[in-house]
Design a protein around this ligand. Sequence first.
Ligand SMILES: [Zn+2]
Length: 459
Amino acid sequence: MELALRFLGAARHVTGTKHLVEIGERRILLDCGMVQGPRRIADAANRELAIDATRVDAVVLSHAHIDHSGSLPRLVKLGFDGEIHLTHATGDLASVLLEDSARLQEQDAAHLRKRGVIFEPPYDPADVVRTTRRFRRHRYHEPFDVLPGVRCEFFDAGHILGSAMVVLSIERGGRTVRIGFTGDHGRKDMPILRDPERMPAVDWLITESTYGDRVHQDHDSMAESLAQVVREELHDGGRILVPAFSVGRTQNVLYELGNLMATKRIPKLPVWIDSPLSSKATKITSAHRDLFDKDARKVIESGREPFFFDGVRFVEDREESKALNGVREGVIIAASGMCEAGRILHHLKVSLPRPADCLLTVGFMAEGTLGRRLVDGDTEVNVLGEPQRVRCKVRSILGLSAHADWRELCDSLGHLAPTATRVFVVHGEERQTLAFVERLTGLGFRDVVAPRHGERFVL
Ligand SMILES: [Zn+2]
C-alpha cells in the first residue's frame, strides 16, 4: 500500500493550508484553508481547490482560523461527503467563522454587482450549514478512527482556543506509521490558553514555519503595558481604540482588562466589544473554560467572570455602534484587526483627529494595511474613502504573536529528531520556510524539505 503526501496549499506560502494524505486509494485532507490575498489570485485558487472533492474520504481540521478552514464549504459544494474531524471548540468557532465568511462573500458580490461586475461567491450560507453537519467533534487525547486502520489523536497546540496538533497512526504491513502535523503552533505563557503540548514520536512530521527566521521580542507583559496606557489615557481624558481580531486577541485584551480592574491596578472603566462576531467568539471561549490555563481557572474559581464583568458591553446592532461616537472615555475593542474593514473604521474616523484619544494596536499589522500606516506614523491616511489627519496617539503592545518563533519551535519539536525520518516545512513565506529547513537540519533532523505547491512525496 502506497503512502504519500501531497501539498496543495501553504507550501512556501502562509495561507490556504491543504495537505493531502494518500493511503492507497484512500485520501485524508489535513485542513482546507482559504487562500487570502489579492482577489484575482485568491479567487481562482478558492474555486478549484486543486483537488477532486469527491475523492476525499475524510478531513481533519487543526483549528478554526479561516486560512485553515475557510474552503471547507467549497469542498462540500464540490461533492465531498465524508466526515470532518475537529475538537469541540474548533467546531464551535469554525461554525461562526464560516457563517461570517459566507456573509462577507455575499456582501462582496452585491457590492461588485453594483459596479457591473458579476461575481459568484465560492459558497453561500446554505453550503456552510451542509458543512457544519459533517463536523465530528473530539477531545484532546481521545484517539478516534478517521478511516478503518487510521487512528487520529489531537494534542493542544496552544495557538487559539481548540487548536490542535494532529497525529495520524496508520496500519501498514503489520506496523504502525505515524504522521504528525503541527497545525499552527502556539507559544508558552499566552493569556487564557494552555502551553503547547509535546508531540509524541512520529515517523513523518509536517511543521509550520511562520516565523522560521525570526525571534519574537520579549513578551511585553500585556497586563503592565495595558495598565500604563489606560492610566495615561484616563489622565488625558481620551478614549482608547483597540483594533483586534474577533477570535483570540479580543478575548485576550478583555481578559487582561478584567484582571487589572479586579486587582485595582486600573480604575473601573467601560469597555465595549463592538463586533457581533467578537461577541459570539467570546461566548464560545467562555463556554470552553475546561480548556483554560491555570491562571484563567483561578479567576473563575475566585467567582469572577473572565469576560462578562461589570462595565463590559457587547454591541450588537449598527445603531448602538454609531452611538459610540459620543463616547469620550473608556475602551472600544472592534474588528478588523488590521483596520482594513469593519466597525473600527467608523471609530477611527472620530478618534484620529482628537489628540486626547489613543489608538492601541495589539497585533501584527501587515504591509499595505491601514493599521500598518498608522503604526508607521503616517500623519494623514484615508479612512472610508476620506482623507483624515492623525492627531491621536498611536501606541503598540508588541510581542503578542500567537505563533511560535524559530527558537520556540525548535524547543518544542527537537525531541522528534531521532524518530522522524522526513520533515516537511510548510506555512511560511519562502524565506522563513527555507531558513527553518536549515534550523531543523542543524538540530539533527534528517531529510528536511520545503515542498512546492502541488508536490507529491511517497513515504
Ligand atoms: Zn491560525
